[in-house]
Design a protein around this ligand. Structure first.
Ligand code: NDP
Length: 326
């Protein structure tokens, strides 16, 4: 038997509770994993609170991320004892996820954990960090380098934003960190931000084009914030858009695209092809300062997960949260 968060359908919607499950309740899959660590991402908070229809079938064990050791495998790439990490693929949405002591999964979804990373560090990175790296790689694929100019990161004190700030600074970029929490300015400078931008500057509807400020952007906000970021990009700037913390809409015009040649690069971590995942994790293992990562990480018990989830929706989480499971 093992502990898990379980989301069940109710007459009025859904409810989440801490449950005891047995391995024979797990869904089908060719690899069984003893989960060592999981984490909480924004999407897990949406799933647990039911604020958005993230959960596609009930009952559901949430958790879009897990890291642990293979317990049993019928998959040619994995053997018992292998250290693995999983992000996305609908896990925690359609297939039981990582907020449980054990998981049974499709081995094609797993990637071997880079040797230099502990399972705890892998979850401190989690989907948030892996997505941050996908954003950085997208900016560079579209031609942005540290010489291009300042790169702005929105939601900088959150999970994706904290790791994007640290990764960009490490690669030599000047980082402008946008935050709605001025009290986190020192934290963001410690991660490598050169400039702190008050989120309020980007939250009200603005003009189609504004003063050219940034060469690149990692945006977790969407909505009016993203529209204002697009309007303030320099000529041929590139924006990696991955989130909707400010909203699902995008009240913009074509002006940044047709007058300044701005590129809007969409980032999806869930179905991202395996070679790109492996590349992102390899870069993370080589580049992310593990002491900085630890400094942005908070550990909570599985029993505190349900009570913690609403704080994501209020934008109150700083950095990353990890959850031990063994
Ligand atoms: P967090 O809650 O850790 O961070 C989000 C941050 O956004 C907050 O900390 C806050 O930072 C900022 N924020 C909150 N509300 C607003 C608002 N109204 N306007 C502008 N900024 C706001 O979440 P994650 O980092 O885990 O995820 C961030 C976003 O990225 C989410 O929307 C998530 O769904 C998305 N995401 C998408 C992925 C993909 O595959 N495309 C993968 C991973 C995440 P501050 O206080 O510093 O302003």
């Amino acid at each position: 038997m093992f502990d898990a968060i379980l989301i069940e359908k109710t007459e009025t919607g859904q409810s989440a509770r801490l449950a005891r499950l047995s391995p024979d309740q797990l869904p089908q899959g060719d690899v069984a994993v003893d989960v060592g660590w999981s984490t909480l991402n924004y999407k897990d908070a949406l799933a647990i609170t039911g604020a958005s229809p993230v959960v596609r079938s009930f009952p559901m064990v949430p958790g879009i991320d897990l890291a642990g050791r293979v317990a049993a495998s019928d998959h040619p790439d994995f053997r018992p004892g292998d250290r693995v990490v999983l992000n996305g693929w609908g896990v925690g949405e359609r297939h039981w996820g990582g907020l449980a002591g054990q998981a049974r999964l499709n081995g094609d979804w797993l990637i071997p954990l880079p040797e230099t990373l502990s399972t705890r560090a892998a979850m401190a990175i989690g989907t948030a960090g892996y997505t941050a790296m996908l954003c950085v790689l997208a900016l560079e694929r579209h031609g942005i380098t540290p010489a291009s100019g300042e790169v702005v990161v929105t939601g900088a004190a959150g999970g994706v934003g904290s790791i994007a700030t640290a990764l960009l600074a490490r690669r030599g970029y000047q980082v402008a960190a946008v935050t709605g929490r001025p009290a986190e300015a020192d934290y963001l400078r410690h991660l490598g931000a050169a400039t702190i931008v008050d989120r309020a500057e980007l939250s009200a509807p603005g003009k189609p084009l504004a003063r050219e400020r940034w060469a690149g952007a990692v945006d977790v906000a969407g909505g009016t914030v993203l529209a204002n970021v697009l309007a303030a990009m320099r000529y041929r700037g590139v924006v990696a858009a991955c989130g909707l913390a400010a909203g699902m809409d995008l009240p913009t015009t074509v002006a940044p695209f047709i007058l300044r040649g701005v590129t809007l690069a969409g980032i999806d971590s869930v179905m991202c092809p395996k070679p790109e995942r492996m590349a992102a994790w390899s870069h993370l293992a080589q580049e992310l300062d593990l002491a900085l990562l630890e400094g942005m990480t908070t550990e909570i018990a599985l029993g505190d997960v349900i009570a913690t989830a609403p704080a994501f929706l209020k934008g109150q989480i700083r950095g990353r949260i990890v959850v031990p499971l063994d």
